[in-house]
Design a protein around this ligand. Structure first.
Ligand code: PGU
Length: 409
């Protein structure tokens, strides 16, 4: 009889909310008219609204109007056009690796799904099961790779004193990693710190990693969001491809095309030669098939429609640049607002850091205070999504930081 007796699940304990997505859950429950969500990395307009790019609307219209389109299953590896165009986007139009057919690309469920498929593949087929991730990193990284069967270790990345890169620490830790270990690298716009190596530093990192046979696994969730330019943001990856070595790259279209909920991304594996690449692809299919069989059609069709049409591609680049520029302008506005309030401390990291986030240096106690007193929501590590700010909300945030820093330092 329903309702009587103990549940077979009675022993299950309530799990905590996700540290990032849980911030939105708490925000949604808040009734205050001044509430502000700077938790999740999702772009908002000056009016604080989610943005669907014009070029995406256009592509969707074309797809809807095309009566020849059907809803058949995609192949296990996804939409072929999408895969080819995604590889070109990240490795460059003239990439020798693509021309030599030694890149295999599979469509996956956004950045997260690409990382998971890549992780599972490495867990099954790669000889060294240790992956080094930066400290700190996106909170989902250790969970994804642990579940993929890899052993997760970290390398130093961020120096809280300088609020910049701990380059020495990074080289030391990578230098001490076992030969062949996998290294997770944020391709650009490091999350949560907003701190990226310079091109010269990337070159040193590359030389060290290649000399030790460390396998790079790039996570590219923000191509175009750091500088506003798709090619500049892909430069570190292209440096590693140019030396002829092997690597993995996970791509997401969540941020740069605003396709968050469509879950569209790709995993590419650059191999030594075409023969290896085709064998790798055959094994990727065996990873994907029991996991979700084949990827969804709609998001990949939007991306392919945009990437293969010169005009739409150009329109996308303009819209992408304007998102990146708005984020940069928010950095300057926040920096100026903090300075004009005479808040103690050096806040120049706000304009030095790049990408979607600022790693403010605020501690968990200060964050909790800002949420309670000012209804400002952010992750407890002090990360704020600059894309969630607008000119009208900067003063409120600056007041909150002022109060938190002066009352709780
Ligand atoms: N990799 C990094 C470095 C990310 O920051 C994110 C998203 C992903 C991968 C995964 O993105 P997909 O949506 O799967 O393509 N991080 C955002 C979004 C919220 C989340 O945690 O998923 C963030 O706020 O950190």
């Amino acid at each position: 009889m329903a309702g009587s007796g103990d549940s077979v699940f009675a022993h299950i304990v309530l799990a905590p909310e996700d540290p990032i997505l849980g911030v939105t859950v708490a925000y949604n429950k808040d009734q205050s008219p001044v509430k502000l969500n700077l938790g999740v990395g999702a772009y908002r307009t000056e009016e604080g609204k989610p943005l669907v790019l014009n070029v995406v609307r256009k592509a969707e219209q074309l797809l809807v109007n095309d009566q020849s389109r059907v809803k058949e299953y995609l192949p296990i590896t996804g939409l072929a056009d999408f895969n080819k165009l995604s590889a070109k986007l990240i490795f460059g139009d003239d990439s020798p690796a693509i021309q030599e057919n030694r890149v295999t690309t599979v469509q996956s469920l956004s950045g997260t799904g690409s990382l998971r498929v890549g992780g599972e593949f490495l867990g099954k087929h790669y000889h060294e099961r240790t992956i080094y991730i930066p400290q700190p990193t996106w909170g989902n990284h250790p969970k994804i790779f642990t579940l993929a069967g890899l052993s997760v270790k970290s390398y130093r990345y961020y120096n809280p004193q300088t609020k910049g890169l701990d380059f020495e620490g990074m080289l030391e830790d990578l230098g001490a990693a076992p030969s062949g270990a996998i290294v997770l690298i944020h391709a650009c716009a490091h999350n949560p710190t907003g701190v990226d190596p310079t091109v010269e530093q990337w070159e040193q990192i590359r030389t060290l990693m290649r000399s030790k046979g460390l396998l790079p696994f790039f996570d590219s969730a923000y191509q175009g969001f750091a500088s506003g330019n798709l090619d500049s943001d892909a430069q570190p990856i292209r440096m590693f491809v140019a030396d002829g070595g092997e690597l993995l790259a996970a791509q997401s279209y969540a941020k740069n095309m605003g396709l968050y909920g469509e879950r569209v991304g790709a995993l590419s594996i650059v191999c030594r030669n075409a023969d290896v690449a085709s064998k790798v692809e055959s094994q990727l299919k065996l990873v994907i098939r029991p996991m979700y069989s084949s990827p969804p059609l709609h998001g990949a069709s939007i991306v392919a429609t945009i990437l293969k049409d010169r005009n739409m591609y150009d329109e996308w680049k303009v819209e992408l640049k304007s998102m990146a520029d708005r984020i940069i302008s928010m950095r300057h506005q926040l920096f100026d607002a903090l300075n004009s309030r005479g808040i103690p401390g050096d806040w120049s990291h706000i304009i030095k850091q790049i990408g979607m986030f600022t790693f403010t240096g605020l501690n968990p106690e200060q964050v909790a205070f800002m949420t309670k007193e000012f209804h400002i929501y952010m992750t407890s590590d002090g990360r704020i999504s600059m894309a969630g700010l607008s000119s009208s909300t900067v003063p409120h945030l600056a007041d909150a930081i002022h109060a938190a820093v002066t009352r709780l330092s």
